[in-house]
Design a protein around this ligand. Structure first.
Ligand code: AMP
Ligand code: MN
Ligand code: MN
Ligand code: MN
Length: 282
């Protein structure tokens, strides 16, 4: 089956199951209103929003693909690996996700203590309430810092406090790359290296990452990602996809309607002729 991977396809976005602002149902409705016809929900380290999103997509009449964005540690750096088309009942995948959720939980406790030192009261309890049962991420801590006036906005919260090397950041010991890719495949899914240009790597490190992902059995690359929409970026990632024999994927990394630069319909389409993930996801 030849399907096009156009800019009305979005295979990377978040709901309240992790650090998105919209519930899975609201997200699907938002995507649908923006003309998206094929959507994957890829919350951080959880499958808990998928059933609701699938029901909403069914009502809205758009195609839905199960997804997840897994946190991986590789060479001391954090990478995000998206799994698409996964079986949510897969025991090895569920076990892997339980492990990473424990890591997230412990890290949140350490981060809460640091955030309290910055002047936020009851950070530990409040961040859990703010996450509303979903996975606790740095985004939630950033929202607390803004709520309490410690930071002006989310961007500044990351820049001053939560970004790499800043006082409230705690580096998670996430999942191993090989195991993550394998678990996605055992769950019948496709592994996708998310937002390859967002890791702030040098060219040499980017090549190392692509090589490591490919040797781990990785299958696809986000050639069109929310934060890499310059024509040069698309071209550069399309070249990388061809060089490493990876399928192309497309995803906005949408978190909330206020993130204007990530608004639906703003993604650049994948260059035609590039083999892509929808050709494999049935
Ligand atoms: P975590 O996985 O808990 O480390 O949180 C990572 C999440 O923080 C990412 O998925 C983004 O949604 C968010 N994030 C990271 N850096 C920034 C930034 N500079 N501005 C806004 N959100 C960010
Ligand atoms: Mn996020
Ligand atoms: Mn990510
Ligand atoms: Mn994401």
């Amino acid at each position: 089956m030849t399907e096009t991977l156009d800019a009305q396809t979005d295979l990377h976005c978040h709901s309240t199951a992790s650090d998105g602002r919209l519930s899975p149902t609201q997200l699907v409705e938002h995507a649908c209103a923006a003309g998206i016809h094929t959507l994957a929900l890829t919350d951080h380290d959880t499958l808990s929003g998928l059933d609701e999103a699938r029901d909403a997509a069914c009502s809205a009449g758009i195609r839905f693909i199960n997804g997840v964005e897994l946190s991986v540690s590789w060479e001391g750096k954090t990478l995000h690996i998206v799994g698409l088309g996964i079986d949510t009942q897969s025991a090895p995948l569920v076990a892997l996700i339980n492990r990473v959720q424990n890591t997230r939980h412990e890290r949140a406790k350490t981060m809460a203590a640091r955030i309290e030192k910055l002047g936020v009261v009851n950070a530990a309890e409040r961040v859990v309430a703010l996450a509303g049962g979903g996975q606790v991420t740095r985004t939630h801590f950033a929202r607390l810092l803004v709520e309490d006036g410690v930071a002006e906005d989310l961007n500044k919260a990351f820049k001053k406090y939560l970004g790499a090397g800043k006082p409230a950041q705690v580096r998670g010991e996430w999942l191993p790359l090989d195991e993550t890719v394998m678990a996605i495949h055992r769950a019948g899914g496709l592994s996708v290296l998310a937002h390859p240009l967002r890791y702030k790597f040098s060219g040499a490190w980017r090549e190392r990452m692509l090589k490591a992902f490919k040797s781990a059995g990785g299958r696809a690359l986000e050639v069109s990602a929310g934060a890499s929409q310059q024509p040069d970026d698309i071209h550069c990632m399309a070249t990388a996809a061809r060089k490493y024999g990876l399928l192309a994927s497309i995803g906005s990394d949408f978190h909330e309607p206020d993130q204007r630069w990530l608004r639906y319909g703003r993604l650049s389409p994948i260059p035609s002729g590039l083999p892509h993930v929808l050709q494999e996801l049935n």
